[in-house]
Design a protein around this ligand. Structure first.
Ligand SMILES: *[C@@H]1O[C@H](CO)[C@@H](O)[C@H](O)[C@H]1NC(C)=O
Ligand SMILES: *[C@@H]1O[C@H](CO)[C@@H](O)[C@H](O)[C@H]1NC(C)=O
Ligand SMILES: *[C@@H]1O[C@H](CO)[C@@H](O)[C@H](O)[C@H]1NC(C)=O
Ligand SMILES: *[C@@H]1O[C@H](CO)[C@@H](O)[C@H](O)[C@H]1NC(C)=O
Ligand SMILES: *[C@@H]1O[C@H](CO)[C@@H](O)[C@H](O)[C@H]1NC(C)=O
Length: 241
């Protein structure tokens, strides 16, 4: 099982694999058994938060080099998430949540400092619906994007009442301790499939089998501009710009 690194050897894991670099060579090695156990989310559906660097700091996200792994937790509301974060458990969890929970900054702060969270997967809003997107009122950028490089007077542009980006969250400037993935599922089919897997194996498990997710998009610094362009090419739509 080439891609499979369970943290606890006693667990037989049902794994949903998420590959950033999809290699046909890897697939040709997969056995019939693995085809039945693993399910790969297509590239077109996912957008990864990526790593950004300057000389002294890094922001953004990366999976572990060997892949980030966790038991799936499908969260439907705030109280469920708070309960989950308050519980002690041995395994790490990949939290699936709606966009409305993701943009709740207080909740996200709790997730970022939690020791049980290994990744967050966010169901993207339906971007084709203008009502949904306008009601979100969320920007991952800072209050004064590019303020330092602006031609105009900084304090005039960035201070009340001239704030140019009032719905700023500055999410894009956070050094996330785990990968964050945006998942497009307008028809809700993927959510239904995941719910079946989650309810069958994780809610009331009958044995050690769990519905889990592995995320493979390890990001180190970009060594050349051609690689940088190539990477942008692979990511179909971006949350963190
Ligand atoms: C790198 O980014 C950090 C955070 O935005 C900033 O404080 C620091 O001055 C930057 N360093 C350089 C060398 O640009
Ligand atoms: C949150 O979701 C759970 C699971 O779907 C449900 O049992 C619970 O009633 C919900 N709580 C609230 C406050 O909506
Ligand atoms: C920038 O704008 C603020 C507010 O309009 C003003 O008080 C300040 O003197 C200006 N600074 C410069 C360097 O022009
Ligand atoms: C969006 O959020 C900002 C800052 O929280 C607030 O000032 C503004 O009124 C909000 N706009 C809408 C349309 O909700
Ligand atoms: C959901 O599961 C069905 C049955 O296994 C499969 O045919 C379909 O492709 C899956 N849908 C998605 C979006 O993954």
């Amino acid at each position: 099982m080439a891609f499979f690194r369970p943290p606890f050897s006693v667990h037989t894991m049902l794994t949903v694999l998420l590959f950033f670099l999809l290699s046909p060579v890897l697939f040709s090695r997969a056995s019939k058994l693995e085809d039945g156990i693993y399910f790969t989310l297509e590239d077109e559906r996912v957008s990864f938060c990526s790593r950004f660097l300057n000389i002294s700091h890094q922001v953004g996200c990366s999976s572990l080099r060997s892949g980030t792994y966790g038991t799936i937790e499908l969260i439907s509301n705030r109280s469920e998430l708070v309960n989950l974060l308050g519980r002690r458990r041995e395994d790490k969890v990949v939290i699936f949540m709606d966009y409305s929970l993701f943009i709740d900054e207080n909740l996200l702060r709790e997730c970022r400092t939690s020791e049980i969270v290994s990744a967050i997967v966010v169901f993207a809003p339906d971007y084709s619906d203008p009502d949904t997107t306008s009601s979100l009122n969320f920007s991952e950028n800072s209050l004064c994007p590019n303020g330092l490089y602006s031609f105009y007077n900084l304090s005039r542009e960035c201070n009340d009442p001239y704030i140019i980006n009032p719905s700023s969250s500055s999410y894009a400037l956070i050094d996330w301790p785990f990968p964050v993935v945006l998942l497009r599922d307008n028809e809700g089919e993927l959510r239904r499939n995941l719910t079946i897997c989650y309810e069958t194996f994780n809610v009331k498990p009958i044995d050690d089998t769990r519905c889990s997710l592995e995320i493979r998009n390890f990001m180190s610094a970009v060594g050349s501009s051609s690689l940088c362009v190539e990477r942008q090419h692979r990511v179909p739509f971006t949350l963190f710009e």
